[in-house]
Design a binder for this molecule. Sequence first.
Ligand code: UGA
Length: 445
Amino acid sequence: MYNVSIIGLGWVGLAYSAFFTSRKVRVIGVDVDERKIGMLKRGVMPFYEPGISELLRSALRNGLFSPTISYKEAIRLSDILFITVGTPSLADGRIDLKYVSSAVESLGKCLAEVNEYKLIVVKSTVIPGTTLNLVGRILEKTSGKTLGKHFGLCFNPEFLKEGTALRDLEKPDRIVIGAYDKKSGEVLRKFYKEVYGDEIPPVLCTNIVNAELIKYASNAFLAMKISFINTFANLCEKLPGADVNTVAKGIGLDSRINPRFLRAGVGFGGSCFRKDLMAIINLCKDKGVDSSLLESVIKINDLQRRHVIEIIEKEFSNLKNVTVAILGLSFKPNTDDLRDAPSIDIVRGLLDRRAVVKVYDPVAMEKFKKIFGEKVKYCSSMLDCIKGADCAVIVTEWSEFKNLTPDDFLKNMRRPIVVDGRRIYDPELFSKKLKYYGIGWGGSI
Ligand code: UGA
């Protein structure tokens, strides 16, 4: 049985902890936040992600998951140590490596005290060059040991999506291993072989810098697909009969393009796409490489949030005292994460125009309250939210919203105007009964 450590128990760290323990790997989970460790020991999770709490609680009971603040314990008890601490954005868009540096320093000091070979694996998203030049160097300096001889080093990007983390981990498209040397790569490959058995996905073994680049290029490409389809969505809205969903389907049937990540809407949010794009744009600038393509991806995404407000303004020349119901706050369904959520910019824009804003989300209300306080009205259900509203906007495609019928809007709203920011309703059906705007829908001919 493998013993591994996961250092940094944020969303990624806990998702991996849950998954590894489900495959009978013993996980020592390390975090500097004593309060969080206390909570985890009692089986309380700091966030909502389907399936994770249940798995971690059962792993706590059967001794497969041990949360601790002790790096010493982690290094003594495990063969492989994964670093999953956060790399947030700095004001200029570069990433802040302070959590990586301090975790690696602590690790290096404890590495000095053990004699066996250990493999350190960076999973945190870091700018190309960081794993070798920062992590490798700090480890050698603080441990007094030699990279390649006493310990190994890999960069092993994660490709999980929030809301579907467990499913993504159970059936990943690929595993990318960027290894310092042959031994490091082999140790990690063997571990994954044990974890996945015969169902192991394709494994790409390469050097560290390529693996670091693959992470950024993946996220930049996915974000680009979204901004691409949103550009066509805006064009479709100007052409009666046009529908971006059909356009996306048509281009997606070309296997060179593929249909995924071509859902038009209010744009992307979350903790990764913007942060990673900003970081890689900065690296391009530092290296004298033109980054205009990547800059446009962000610009288009920002405009898409404003576009929602422009649609509402078509109906009301002045939004003062107009009641707008916002359905969905989290940046995507099945999570309570509000980082860079489109809902925040949309609600801010509406409040700036003095609209009255009512909001509802199945899980993200508490977090939203921390940002907006009493400036908006928090509703107990989707029907409560649309009640008496002049306009309803679908910002997150939670599945319960799909059950609302045109009659629900007609009966409950003061003025039944629906802006379908995630295209969850049938435009033909809705537009016959009420005023319906769908992102990327040009209207009936
Ligand atoms: C993203 C990547 O998809 C993961 O592969 C990556 O591991 C992760 O970032 C990360 O770097 O940690 P995540 O941000 O959790 O995952 O969620 P996504 O499903 O990618 O959605 C991001 C945003 O794009 C959401 O706001 C979603 O609504 C939006 N989106 C997604 C669209 O607007 N259209 C689409 O077709 C797909």
